[in-house]
Design a protein around this ligand. Structure first.
Ligand code: SAM
Length: 406
């Protein structure tokens, strides 16, 4: 794996051969995006014909990075991407050596190449349940008073020609949302292990004229140019990494002197995510849930002796590591805090994931219905209280960090 660490841009062939390209989702998306660009062009808001724009951008993507395709402007601080982001074989504590790393990478690539995604290019499936979205909106409004995108945008506010780096960008929906909020000139780099995963975002960025360059990079071996980025952000990706010490050291040195690191990540129990007490607490909650949320039962007595483990899985000790999911997640916070200090920090999710992404419950709890919304709010308040009192451990964190001064 390490010998293959080269930096490339996604080629047009790679992009168009993506399996998702043949699906309805993609056809709808392509039609809608094209229509949006065409409307902008016809209304005079966009300076160039969308067909030409796509062709220009395709050429740009296959021939190099750095210059805008129409040649009008060049980002002042944007050198060649490979000068800013590359890969190294020299990692002081290389933990990949203790794992069947090639097999893990293979599994990771396969998993994220098959995943269902939403129109906004975020993770779909159980993660698209309305109750799960409601949970985050509630936290943003009532607990954080901010959001991930807000914090990234705020971090580069009033900076001239900011450079942004997105680590483990995935499908790229967040990078697009951030780019749409920024004033040009700016430059976002999105890096991910999986070169196929950001192909849609890459196309959308080109069509909308957003300044995002996507690169395939293995973060376990990333090497970043010191003092380069105004903000580095990572959303739910670092819990897939082994070389955390190396990655955090790279992030700290790659930030500009007043640069910030914005992070959302999983910090739950390594491999299994939830601790025993979190699962058992959730089971008790489910037992007490109103009947309307329970699965239908043939025999009435089953309502009275309802077993919550027919809905959620029992706690089991970590056994075999599958892919890279949660491989060192418990260590993220302690490793990071050795070299970073928080500007803002929130910890959450002691059990709401178990309910909102549950195949049965997550879909049934509909925040559009007042009764369900009130019930969800009640659960969130219980969770906040449990975390505050230290009775249950949180499994996720959201924070803005700066490197500790030497
Ligand atoms: C849960 S997804 C998050 C994607 C995106 N940030 C989001 O929130 O929608 C985790 C991402 O981490 C990427 N990833 C896993 N291991 C990686 C590595 N060693 N280097 C770079 N990216 C990696 C995966 O390919 C995947 O896109």
């Amino acid at each position: 794996m390490k010998t293959e660490h080269v930096i490339t841009t996604v080629s047009t062939e790679e992009v168009s051969s993506h399996p998702r390209e043949t699906g309805h989702w993609s056809q709808n998306w392509r039609r809608n995006t094209f229509r949006a660009v065409k409307n902008r062009w016809q209304s005079g808001k966009s300076s160039c014909n969308p067909v030409e724009q796509v062709e220009n951008h395709k050429k740009y993507a296959t021939t190099g990075v750095g210059n805008k395709p129409n040649g009008k402007s060049q980002h002042k601080r944007f050198m060649n991407a490979s000068e800013l982001i590359s890969q190294t074989n020299i990692v002081e504590h290389d933990l990949t050596k203790g794992f069947p790393y090639t097999a893990l990478v293979h599994e990771e690539l396969q998993h994220y190449s098959q995943i269902e995604i939403t129109d906004e290019l975020t993770e779909g499936g159980i993660h698209a349940h309305k109750s799960w979205r409601f949970y985050f909106e509630y936290l943003q409004m009532n607990e954080f008073g901010t959001s991930f995108v807000e914090e990234v945008v705020a971090a580069v506010h009033q900076k001239k020609n900011p450079l942004l780096l997105s680590l483990g960008c995935g499908y790229g929906g967040l990078d697009l949302a951030i780019a749409r909020r920024l004033q040009k000139p700016y430059q976002i780099f999105g890096v991910d292990l999986n070169p196929m995963i950001f192909s849609h975002a890459h196309r959308r960025a080109m069509l909308e004229g957003l300044e995002i360059v996507y690169l395939p990079i293995d973060l376990n071996f990333v090497e970043l140019q010191p003092g380069s980025f105004d903000v580095i952000y990572a959303h739910a990706s670092l819990h897939h990494l082994l070389n955390l010490e190396h990655v955090f050291a790279q992030i700290a040195r790659a930030l500009t002197p007043d640069g910030l690191f914005v992070l959302v990540d999983i910090i739950g129990k390594t491999q299994v995510l939830f601790w025993r007490q979190n699962v058992e607490f959730t089971a008790e909650l489910i037992k007490d849930m109103p009947w309307r949320f329970r699965p239908p039962v043939r025999r009435l007595w089953r309502h009275f002796w309802f077993d919550p483990y027919t809905i959620i899985s029992k706690y089991s000790e970590p056994a075999v590591q599958h892919g890279m999911e949660g491989i060192r997640q418990e260590e993220i916070e302690p490793v990071m805090m050795k070299i970073f200090e928080p500007v803002k920090l929130y910890k959450y999710n002691a059990f709401m994931r178990l309910i909102c992404t549950n195949r049965y419950l997550g879909a049934r709890l509909n925040p559009e219905k007042l009764r369900d919304r009130e019930y969800l709010e009640k659960l969130i308040k219980i969770e906040v209280e449990q975390i505050k009192s230290g009775k249950l451990k949180p499994t996720e964190m959201f924070g803005v960090f700066k490197p500790k001064s030497a």
